[in-house]
Design a protein around this ligand. Structure first.
Ligand code: SAH
Length: 256
């Protein structure tokens, strides 16, 4: 069995209990060295073989993992955040399927959750947004035409943009086709790492503020009214007049 595990956004205490246990027990670890905090691996055993996948191609990482399994070793593949978000695990799992090798995926705390926590904001605020779009700007990896930023911007929902801070001017151009120029935007660099930085502005000044802060990579762009200062809306969930399966409303009016 090969385990794909999410390492979390950076803080080594933000890995799951299951993920931490597997790192402790691993004979072979292949980790995404460009983004995974090496501190996450500090509980690995003294005899564990550790490979940094940043310097390897898919053939090489597959070979290490498959050979490990054939030698009856416990193999752990560590990805940053949650492996299902831009983790490139699909192609690895496909190769393992072809070899008939079983695997499991252990989820992790994605960086967008780490960044929301750093900002101390809820992404789904009543009356502001009830939808979160996780996306990226097209880079060397193409993005389907129907998912172009300018098209997604039409929803004016909460948007979290990965892998794109180096193209912030283009991002702002695309978003400006629908979001007003005063829409709040936050750029969060290395959320939950000791060197975390947060830049908060609006669509028409975020590019300059981010340049001034010297942020060019490993950051998320978070867009939308969820960042606004007026924060007096309350959700129905805890409202005193709202009955649910678990709680009877105080004024006894049944809502759903
Ligand atoms: N699987 C990861 C994403 C990998 S793609 C996850 O779930 O978070 C890599 C991109 O994720 C980076 O370019 C950056 O946009 C974002 N990212 C990863 N870790 C981050 C962090 N700690 N703070 C801010 N952005 C981060």
């Amino acid at each position: 069995m090969i385990y794909f595990i999410g390492a979390g956004p950076g803080d080594p205490e933000l890995i799951t209990v299951k993920g931490a246990k597997l790192i402790k027990e691993a004979d072979i670890i292949v980790y995404a060295g460009s983004l995974v905090n090496p501190e996450v691996l500090r509980e690995a055993g003294p005899d564990c073989e550790i490979y940094n996948s940043a310097t390897m191609d898919l053939d090489e990482t597959t070979e290490v993992m498959v050979n490990g399994i054939k030698e009856n070793k416990k193999v752990v593949r560590v990805h940053t955040g949650d492996p299902a978000i831009y983790g490139a695990i699909q192609e690895q799992m496909y190769r393992l399927d072809k070899e008939g090798i079983p695997y499991k995926v252990i989820p992790g705390v994605s960086s967008f959750c780490g960044a929301s926590a750093a900002l101390k904001r809820e992404l789904t605020v009543p009356d502001k947004a009830q939808t979160v779009i996780l996306t990226r700007m097209e880079g060397r990896t193409p993005v389907p035409e129907r998912e172009k930023l300018a098209k997604l911007a039409a929803h004016q929902s909460t948007m979290v943009i990965f892998l794109s801070v180096g193209m912030l001017d283009e991002v702002v151009n695309e978003l400006s086709q629908h979001y007003p120029s005063t829409t709040p935007v936050a750029v969060v660099y290395k959320a939950t790492w000791p060197e975390e930085k947060k830049v908060i502005g609006q669509l028409d000044n975020i590019a300059q503020l981010t340049k001034d802060a010297g942020i060019t990579k490993t950051a998320l762009i978070m867009v939308g009214d969820f960042l606004r200062e007026d924060r007096d809306e309350e959700s129905l969930l805890y409202a005193s007049h709202f009955s649910s399966e678990f709680r009877q409303a105080k004024d006894d009016k049944k809502c759903d």
